[in-house]
Design a protein around this ligand. Sequence first.
Ligand code: NAD
Length: 355
Amino acid sequence: MNYNIALLKGDGIGPEIVDSAVRVLEKIGKKYGHVFNFTPYLIGGCAIDATGEPLPKETVEGCLASDSVLLGAVGGPKWDTLPGNMRPEKALLGIRAAMELFTNLRPAKLYPALKGDCPLREDIVANGFDIMIVRELTGGIYFGERGMREGKYGEEAYDTECYSRMEIERICKVAYETAQKRNKRLISIDKANVLDSSRLWRKIVHEMEEQYPDVIVADMLVDNAAMQLVRNPAQFDVIVTTNMFGDILSDEASQITGSIGMLPSASLGNTTRGLYEPIHGSAPDIAGKNIANPIATILSAAMMLLYSFNLKAESEAIVNAVDKVLEAGYRTADLAHGEPSLSTTEITDKIIENL
Ligand code: NAD
């Protein structure tokens, strides 16, 4: 098969880590008989420098015409003093909106080989954990009615959490289907003891239950979920939750893996075209030194193969190759604790050798 991939390398370490993922995809293409066509587009600070805006029209058009999009990271000190709507990060919200991406998938997996990097006690993570957080991305309090007004005690500000049936149903469908592809356990996280929006959320989660008889679904209050993630993370398989709860819990989950350079993400809409990116930023402190960890971006490419192109074996091959390289003890500097480490290109070579 032929696949057209838009590459948004961005700033800082973006170009280095995206180049690594491209090399891995090229090897997969050769091995499994696919052709991946890559077209680069500007985004973020480099786009501001070249065109005066963080998200040029050609970039949006190129992404919408592609089969899927791979993004590095944007931003850096050079652009930090620009006004809000001209900041590189503005391009991220712009491209997600243009592609109508309402789902964010964020895995948080503790690799057995990296247990020592996990901040949790050894007995808590003895069996590792592998969680997939399905976060609603375009609704809820971040997008609800907001404003400033004069209240009883003077100046006040408000934001509104509002979810429609349509928004809840479409994210729950993704979550149930994701659970079906994994261990078939789904936990829906809400605040139904206080919020009406959560009560509607919970009602719809259970209305949909009978369509997915193979999935075991349970509810959990968000305050309890924050505790359970550090008490017993292995109890979670798939989590589905709102925009704000997902924002907070996915960062908590990423921290307990202990390695920001390892975590991929996918943002999806109603089509198979998605936006795949590492969860970390552009790491300006290490940019251009060939020492960044490319694994989060390589695993983002693996997610693209699975979720956009339905290439399960190819996706698993990448994940297995990363596992083998870590098991063999190879590390980039961020995970080496001062011991000898491999460069970005060297660890990419090792992953490719294992494909
Ligand atoms: P960051 O994630 O870029 O870096 C935090 C720390 O983690 C740094 O010490 C960095 O060197 C390290 N790190 C991150 N990724 C790494 C990797 N792959 N390998 C090795 N080490 C890695 O966060 P920050 O420093 O707060 O932000 C830097 C810039 O990135 C800012 O301009 C910020 O706005 C932007 N940012 C962009 C995105 C995005 O593009 N999605 C996300 C977050 C931050």
